[in-house]
Design a protein around this ligand. Sequence first.
Ligand SMILES: [Zn+2]
Length: 247
Amino acid sequence: MFYGGCNFMFNRKPKRESYTLVVNEIPVLVTRKKIKTIRLKVNRVSLEVKLSSPFKISDEELIAFIHQKMGWIKKHLSKPPLQLPEPDLKYENGDSIPFKGGNYSLKLQHGAKKIGVNIQGSDIILSFRNIITQSRKEKALNDFYRIYLKNEIPKLIEKWEPIMKVSVNEFGVKKMKTRWGTCNIRDKRIWLSLELAKKSPELLEYVVVHEMVHLHERLHNQRFKNFMTQFLPNWKELQKQLNGRID
Ligand SMILES: [Zn+2]
């Protein structure tokens, strides 16, 4: 076995090749890989279209495939991205801050003993000592979101466990770019996106119930949908409002 410098001769990674095909004015990033079937993805954050293909399929065949999927691609590209690109928030007085499905007006308040965030009417008050950096403001608001979710989610789990006859061992909140929630069925652990703090309590509950239904059914099949209808009859409407991926 050789270690070190001889990458050219001893490169054992599968061969890969990337280039762009433009079909109906839509750029599609093609990557050739050692795989058996074509995979097509639309990244809902960057709105990039990506395709992975086995080496043996010709570009003509790929173009025909992309044409065939054009309806699906356009549908996904026309949806707003799950997370809008951060609107360059400077966190200044009067900036609009989303929370629980509404917009709050940011008020900066110095002279406090330590950094804190709280709600007063339609204002969100960020208090601090003397000066505060942009990134510290952002962190303070994310901490505020996290505390809110960590307080609300256990109440929802407790409410739904006896109704749904499942038990959740653990939950976590984290920054997720493309999903609202995920569920580890074996460990009975659910993960929820920090972004949910910006959405209405009804939508937060919907994602929690969705993840808990996975403890009955792994797939998004008819059985899964029947459970959803049983527990939250208006779940389809909520899904539309949320407009994004839940795993
Ligand atoms: Zn799911």
